[in-house]
Design a protein around this ligand. Structure first.
Ligand SMILES: C[S@@+](CC[C@H](N)C(=O)[O-])C[C@H]1O[C@@H](n2cnc3c(N)ncnc32)[C@H](O)[C@@H]1O
Ligand code: SF4
Length: 373
């Protein structure tokens, strides 16, 4: 395979939350028996140690502490993990993000996270309506998000993302815009603006709430996009909006089909080398993971899977990528995109000059991707 050796993003998963939100299908488990911080951190260190050859051979470009709720863990655990990864507090730092639930703001304080080198904070705000937050089963109210944001700024976080969800149960377009407006007023560098999806195996899937009608959703989307644009945010992925120079390096690496190593319960990785491209997955259940942290299921991606996964990521970017990126990242020739690519171009959904959708194709992204399955 002719693919060049890429850099490496790191994802580390923290699988516990105070409470399971009814819409969430992430690998997150309610805290029933208390937080197993020490054994879990030790398992992470053993897991990372099992990949020391890989880590020694690549430059780490980003680290993402995701969950679950990583902010249940103390700064000391993150210090140990960063040190095991070889990411120290000296010299140029990669982007290091921690996801935090505003309801855990007082557990450890943000200064400690900043002091161990974490330089980006992603706050799960979701909404600024207390009524909506309650329906979403959140453990915080809007005021706590405002306080968490202010605390994070005081602690020195100058790169903050807010997660906001729209299309909430019974939400009106005016309420959607109110949420976005309040987020914008805080002036975060990045806003992840997600549409609520009813994921299988969640409480909302079992007992679906009343969601806004389609015409309301269209109104929310177009008015929300206009509001974000007017406030200086640029959409660089389906749900990601950033102020100039504040795109998330970690997420861009996924969408550009870069390599990443995944550590922790249920964490996924994607690694390429001269033998091909493979996906890795750790055990999802925290207990099973802690029993055998370096155990992973490895799946080699064949040409058809590679083609699909490359497009699944690249087409999420409104501008896509040049055709040459396909062979750089996968070793595949662009001929593998045919005949579906030419058909998509003829239907006005795909561009002729690069791997990207047209504006119309971006609206119907799921359908476009289906044609490559
Ligand atoms: C792992 S969570 C973020 C951190 C933390 N656990 C929290 O919720 O505050 C990632 C984000 O995905 C979004 N999300 C999760 N489930 C979703 C769903 N079903 N529909 C839309 N967005 C969802 C939420 O905005 C959430 O903040
Ligand atoms: S706090 Fe975040 S990860 Fe945990 S259940 Fe809620 S949305 Fe999911």
């Amino acid at each position: 395979m002719g693919a060049s050796i890429p850099t490496l993003g790191i994802y580390v998963h923290f699988p516990w939350c105070v409470h399971k939100c009814p819409y969430c299908d992430f690998n997150s488990h309610p805290l029933k028996d208390g937080l197993q911080e020490q054994p879990y951190t030790q398992a992470l260190l053993a897991d990372i140690d099992g990949s020391r050859e890989l880590l020694a051979s690549r430059n780490i470009t980003s680290v993402f502490f995701g969950g679950g709720t990583p902010s249940l863990f103390s700064p000391q655990s993150f210090r140990q993990v960063l040190s095991a990864l070889g990411v120290t507090n000296c010299g140029p730092q990669p982007e290091i993000t921690i996801e935090a639930n505003p309801g855990t703001r007082e557990y450890h304080g943000f200064e400690g996270y900043r002091s161990v080198g974490i330089n980006r904070l992603s706050l799960g705000a979701q909404s600024f309506s207390d009524k909506a937050l309650k329906r979403l089963g959140r453990i915080h109210c809007a005021d706590e998000t405002l306080r968490a944001f202010a605390d994070a700024r005081v602690a020195g976080f100058d790169n903050i993302n807010l997660d906001i969800i729209y299309g909430l149960p019974e939400q009106t377009p005016a309420e959607t815009l109110d949420d976005l407006g309040k987020a914008i007023e805080l002036g975060p560098e990045h806003i992840s603006w997600y549409e609520l999806t009813l994921e299988p195996k969640t409480e909302f899937h079992r007992r679906p709430p009343v969601l806004p009608a389609e015409d309301s959703m269209l109104e929310m989307e177009s008015a929300g996009r206009a509001l974000l644009q007017a406030a200086g945010y640029v959409r660089y992925e389906v749900s990601a909006w950033a102020k100039p120079d504040h795109q998330s390096a970690h997420n861009l690496n996924y969408w550009l089909f870069g390599d990443y190593a995944g550590f922790g319960a249920g964490a996924h990785g994607k690694i390429s080398d001269s033998a091909g491209v493979r996906r890795t997955a750790r055990a999802s259940q925290p207990r099973l993971y802690m029993n055998d942290p370096a155990h992973q299921v490895v799946t080699e991606l064949d040409a058809s899977r590679l083609r699909f996964e490359f497009l699944l990521n690249a087409l999420r970017l409104p501008d896509g990528v040049p055709f040459v990126d396909l062979s750089k990242a996968t070793g595949l020739d662009t001929a593998v995109l045919e005949p579906e690519w030419s058909q998509g171009v003829a239907r006005g959904l795909l561009r002729k000059d690069r791997i990207a959708t047209t504006a119309l194709g971006f609206v119907y992204l799921d359908g476009v991707l289906q044609s490559f399955l």
